[in-house]
Structures are given as C-alpha cells and as structure tokens.
Design a protein around this ligand. Sequence first.
Ligand code: HEM
Length: 406
Amino acid sequence: MTEVSDSLTESADALPTIPRGRTSVFELPTGLMDMAAAGPIHRLRYADGHVGWIVTDFQLCRKVLTMPEFSSRPDLRHSAIHEAIGDGQPPEERPGMFVGMDPPEHTHYRRIVAAALKLGEMRQLQANITERANALFDADADDRVDLVSAVASPLPALVITQLLGVEEEVSHTLASCLERMLSLDSTADQVREMFAIIFSELGEVVTRRQQDGAPGFIQNMIEDGGLSHAEITSIAFQLYTAGHETTTNMIALSYLYLLANPEAAATLKGDERAIADAMEEFLRFFSIIQYGISRGALEEVELGGVTIRPGETITISLPAANFDNGRFPDPYRLDIGRSDRGHLAFGFGVHQCVAQQLARVELTVALRVFLERYGDFALDSYEMKSDTIVHGLTRLLVRQSGTRKP
Ligand code: HEM
C-alpha cells in the first residue's frame, strides 16, 4: 500500500506546475507558450499537491467556461499558485459570495449586481473619472513621476471607492489590506486576517449607507430590498477586491506600451474609435489575469481527448487562450488596429466580468487623458511585478518636460 502511494506521489511530483516567470513584460512565460504548443489540455500539479488540469486552447477554454459540469465553488477548486489565495475567495463561507456560486444561486445575485451597476450611472461616472484623471496628472509637477503611484493606482481606487460610497479615510486602510491580501509573499494567516479587516470595514460602510441613505451602488442594492446586510457587504467586497488591481495594471501596461511606441500613440491621439480598438487589443495582449481562472469538476467529463474526474480542478489559461493562433492570427504581435473583441481577458460564460463596462470606461478615460498629455512625457524606467496574480508594473517612471509645469 505504501509503495503504491509513494509511487503516486512521485509521479505527481513529476507533473508540471503552472508556468511562471516572464523574461520580459510583454512576453508570456516560455513554459506556457511551450505547453500551449504541445496540446490543448495538460495535467497540472497544484500548490497543495492536488493533480488537475490546465486548458490552453481558445475554443476549449470557452467551452469549459460554459459547461455546467464545471463549478465555481471554492471548495472544489485548488489554487495553482498559492495555498491560501486561490481565485480571491474568502477562506470561510459568507452569504452573497456569488463569484464562488453556480446557477441558479449565482444568477440570483448576478442579476441584482448587474442591475445596480446601471449603465447610465457608469456613463455619468465618465465625466467624473476624466476630472479625477486630469487632477492626478496635474498633482505631480516633479521632473520625474511614477505613473503607477501617481495615476494608474489611485484612479481605479478612487473610482471603486466612489462607486461603493467608501469614505476617504477608510479607503487608505482598505488599499493597504488589499495589497497585502493579494501578495504571494503573504502567509495563509495574513491573507485571512486581511480578508477579515476588509470585510469588517466594508460592513461598517454598508451600515452607514443604510443610515444616511446616500445614493450610489450600495443604495441601489439596499433599495432592491431582498438582500441582507451580510450579503451586501460580500458583494461590496467582491467588487472592491476585483476592481482595483486589475484596472491599475491595465492602465500601467498600456502607458508603458505607448511610451515605448510613439507611432502608436500618434495614431490613437484624438481618435475615439482607434482608442477603443487599441484598448481591446491591450486587454488581449496583456492578459493580466496571468495564471488564469479555475473550476472544479462536478462529474466525469470527456474533454479534448481526456477524462476529467469529479473533484479535479481545471485551470483555464486566459493568456494561453488569448494567444491561440487558431483564433488570433499572428498572436504575439500587438496590433492596435486588430479590431477583435473576442478575447477572454474578462473571462466567458455566466461569470464573465460583471463590471467590464466600468473597466472599459476607466481604461478609455485613462488612455484619452494620457494621450492628450503625451508630449509631456518620456520613458525613464519601469519595474515589472515579480510574480503576482495580476500581471503588471510596480513602477513606471517618466521624465516630464517643462511644457506643463508652472
Ligand atoms: C481590466 C480590468 C478587469 C479584468 C481584466 C477583469 C477580469 C475578470 C475575469 C477574468 C473575471 C471572470 C472570473 C471567473 O470566471 O472566475 C472577472 C469577474 C469579475 N469581475 Fe472583473 N475584471 C476587471 C475589472 C473589474 C472591475 C473594475 C470590477 C469591479 C468594479 C470587477 C469585478 C468583477 C466581479 C465582481 C467578477 C465576478 C463576476 C461573477 O462571478 O459573476 N472586475 N473579471
């Protein structure tokens, strides 16, 4: 018996873990490209030793994301990268955590959240986001400016806290907890502690909005009437944690690309249609959810020539899918005129990013405002994040010319 389990452990040890380690900011890890070239689906060893699967083919990724046999329940999903972080699920069960639910339970919450993120209100936000982006650019007139800390990070934080009606003092606590919660250097206990603090702070925000009746997203949910305080807090938590890092890094990487490619910036400046196309290509090409998303098999499934057993985790590699040359010709070329919105950067199926319109509004404004000031900046240096769930930059240093300084 021991011999059998030892040999099983040994064979599991020989299986690949998720490919990590980029050699440059605009390239996927070599191991992922090799894996994708070798076939559409592969065995994968997870952080806790679980043996599951990884899908790298575009069509197969989409298929998995629409199959009811694959669940989003956190208890069925192992993490490919970190024993505690997983896909951002809290360590204990809380009501209203719809990201980790399946239909029909998921559908119930998703409808309420989608309705509360009213398109009209998103459009109204646009003017406000533009004002805030301009103010952030104006705030720092030093010769050298880090566009990550000056613009790319605070802008989405301001937008999400405004959307949720979080007061400024609270937003600082939340931001530092979120950073620690998402760091792969944090221990499981630290991650749990950060989850608990963010939940408790947001719970108090919900209570204050219940008392003062201030309009906004939380009020929209309160008015819906059917949700408890705990459910609204969970929804606020999910939007807060998903809505910051992602947009920040998309903005930072887009700025870096434009600084390094002045001809692309010249093409885009003042052309709304071209900016919209470029933004979609940036989403595909940067594929910032770099280790993909996961599901757990509820039953035995035949897929891509293999048999997946109940309880096995399957990772959907969004970057590999977005670079599948069967779907995107010449995928390793960033083509701002590609005009293809079929990428999987926002996922696919019932869990596809519920706030993608808000993310697009933020990115469009961030690009437009940057392009208007483009001549003021020259790239100095940048630092890529070393190994984080969301790919991106820790620093993007630019030199400012004197044109806009007082
Ligand atoms: C460019 C920025 C963004 C990217 C690339 C992105 C990516 C994604 C992806 C890949 C998923 C699917 C997860 C899955 O299927 O397991 C997702 C879901 C989600 N995203 Fe985003 N996201 C972005 C911005 C945002 C923002 C700004 C917010 C909130 C304000 C947000 C909130 C959410 C939520 C709540 C879900 C879960 C939806 C559900 O389970 O039904 N995201 N996002």
